[in-house]
Write a protein that binds this ligand. Structure first.
Ligand SMILES: C[S@@+](CC[C@H](N)C(=O)[O-])C[C@H]1O[C@@H](n2cnc3c(N)ncnc32)[C@H](O)[C@@H]1O
Length: 242
């Protein structure tokens, strides 16, 4: 993990995750640009969404990802988040079968029950990735998949832009963030037993700049990434040199 403070170009007041999402929850859905993650989910080729019977959305927030999964034909979705305020919005969206107030690292849900685990735009808030990778592994059924979509470490370091929102007074406020290099993700994922089946990156391109023209200076930078992991049916051994 690399400390984001070393790259912070904005210097916004920074709050912890509970405080930040508690305050952002009322405007979150209006301020999120779907192109940051939903376009990338659409680009994944190894996930067969309509065949998924049971999914769990770790860090479900207000339910944007859950709603997207429902539209793709996923039949049953549970959501997990630590923020009661974000969960309240998700509850009103009515896309989840169950909503659990818990940490993504210890959801309390039963093991090996989910064909799909989803985690979108959460990992930059975690100081340590291993507990998330282990919990996703525990929840996934044998043969199941995990899609981990994150704010790109390259973008955080190159632009110094933290995850942030405008509070009720209009002040920009950053939410505590950590930089996890892609090598950290891959190393921990393989060590946990996951097989990497796909990786995609979302670049700031013309379609993005039509939505946010003020970001022209960032053209060509990858802003988000998606990793498609699979828990193979057969037990896998982490690869090590003989
Ligand atoms: C940027 S939002 C993403 C929400 C949703 N996945 C989406 O894409 O719209 C990040 C969410 O992760 C949640 N979160 C952050 N750290 C968490 C943790 N350790 N355990 C559970 N939820 C967490 C926050 O409360 C927030 O709702």
């Amino acid at each position: 993990m690399v400390d984001f403070k070393a790259f912070d170009a904005r210097g916004y007041r920074t709050v912890d995750v509970q405080t930040g999402y508690g305050q952002w929850s009322s405007t979150y859905d209006q301020t999120m640009v779907d192109a940051i993650d939903l376009d990338l989910l659409d680009a994944l080729r190894t996930m067969s969404w309509p065949t998924i019977a049971r999914a769990v959305d770790l860090g479900c927030g207000t339910g944007r990802t859950g709603a997207w999964l429902r539209e793709r034909g996923v039949k049953s979705i549970d959501g997990v988040d630590t923020s009661p305020e974000m969960l309240a919005v998700a509850r009103s969206a009515d896309v989840y079968d169950r909503l659990i107030e818990a940490d993504v690292a210890s959801s309390g849900l039963a093991a090996c029950q989910y064909d799909l685990v989803m985690t979108c735009l959460v990992d930059e808030h975690l100081p340590d990735l291993q507990p998330l990778y282990s919990e996703a592994w525990r929840l996934a059924a044998h043969g199941g998949s995990w899609v981990l979509l994150g704010y790109h470490p390259h973008f955080m370091m190159a632009t110094g832009i933290p995850t942030h929102f405008d509070d009720a007074a209009g002040e920009p406020v950053a939410i505590e963030a950590h930089v996890h290099l892609m090598s950290e993700h891959i190393t921990i994922g393989l060590r946990t037993g996951w097989t990497l089946v796909e990786m995609k990156e979302r670049i700031i391109d013309d379609s993005w700049l039509q939505l946010k023209p003020q970001w022209t200076a960032y053209r060509g930078q990858p802003i988000t990434f998606a990793l498609g992991w699979r828990r193979q049916s057969e037990p896998t051994q982490p690869r090590t040199r003989p």
